[in-house]
Design a protein around this ligand. Structure first.
Ligand code: 5GP
Length: 225
C-alpha cells in the first residue's frame, strides 16, 4: 500500500502552534484549485466554526484506533492529548486527481511519514522570535495559561527537531511568508532560506528560549502554576 502513494506533489507543512500555518495553507488552497490540504482524522472535539469533513474528520478514539490497526494511516501522532493522523486513502484521493497535497502535520507526524514518502518536500514555518511566538499565543486568548505554556514548550521541542525539514519560512510578514510558500509549492522555485540558514535560525530561537531574560521570567511564573 505504501508503495502505491505517488511520491511527488506531496508537501508536509509543519509549524509550532501560533505561527500562522493554517492561515497560510488555507490561503494557498483558496488561490490554487490544484492544491488541496489533506483532511486529517482527529479525536479532538470540534471547535465552533469548524466543519466536519472539511477541517477534520472528527472520530472517537476507538474508530481512530481501528484505522491504525487496519494499517489505514500514513502517519499519526498524539498532540496535546488528542490523536491526529493522515489516512493513506485521503492522500491517494488528492494525488490521483493530479492535485498537489499539503499535509498539515506536526513534527512527530513528519518523522513517521518522511521515510514512506521519499519524493515529498517538507517546509517548516518559524516565528521571527520566541518572544513574538509567546505574544501571538497570548493574543489568541483561547488557551488557559497552563495550556499556553505547554504549547510554548512544545514549540521549543519542535524547533529543536527542525533540521529534518527541507525548507524554512520565517513568518514575520504574512505577505512575504505567503509568497515564499507559494514559490515552493506552486511555482517549484524556493526562495532564499537554505537548509543551513534554516538550521541556524532554529539554533537562534533555541538560544533565545534558554537565555532571554523575558523568557526566564515567564519560566519562573509558569513553573509555579
Ligand atoms: P489543532 O488541534 O490546533 O487543529 O492542531 C494541533 C496540531 O496537530 C497542529 O500542530 C497540527 O499540525 C497537528 N495535526 C493536525 N493534523 C495532523 C495529522 O494528520 N497528523 C499529525 N501528525 N499532526 C496533525
Amino acid at each position: 500500500m505504501e508503495n502505491e502513494i505517488p511520491r511527488s506533489g506531496i508537501f508536509a507543512v509543519s509549524a509550532p502552534s501560533g505561527t500562522g500555518k493554517t492561515t497560510l495553507n488555507s490561503r494557498l488552497e483558496r488561490n490554487n484549485p490544484d492544491v488541496e490540504i489533506s483532511v486529517s482524522l482527529t479525536t479532538r472535539k470540534q471547535r465552533p466554526g469548524e466543519i466536519a469533513g472539511k477541517h477534520y474528520h472528527f472520530v472517537d478514539r476507538s474508530e481512530f484506533e481501528e484505522n491504525v490497526a487496519a494499517d489505514n494511516m500514513l502517519e499519526w501522532a498524539e498532540v496535546f492529548g488528542n490523536l491526529y493522523g493522515t489516512s493513506k486513502a485521503e492522500v491517494e484521493r488528492i494525488t490521483t486527481k493530479g492535485h498537489k497535497v499539503i499535509l498539515e502535520i506536526d513534527v512527530q507526524g513528519w518523522m513517521t511519514a518522511k521515510p514512506k514518502l521519499p519524493g515529498a518536500l517538507s517546509i517548516f514555518i518559524l516565528p521571527p522570535s520566541m518572544i513574538d511566538l509567546w505574544h501571538r499565543l497570548e493574543k489568541r486568548g483561547t488557551d488557559s495559561p497552563e495550556v499556553r505554556w505547554r504549547r510554548f514548550q512544545a514549540a521549543r521541542d519542535e524547533i529543536a527537531a527542525g533540521r529534518i525539514y527541507d525548507y524554512f519560512i520565517v513568518n514575520d510578514d504574512l505577505e512575504r511568508a505567503y509568497n515564499e510558500l507559494e514559490a515552493i509549492i506552486v511555482s517549484g522555485k524556493p526562495g532564499h532560506t537554505s537548509q543551513g540558514a534554516g538550521e541556524a535560525l532554529c539554533e537562534r530561537l533555541l538560544n533565545e528560549f534558554e537565555q532571554s531574560h523575558k523568557i526566564l521570567e515567564l519560566k519562573k511564573i509558569h513553573q509555579k502554576i
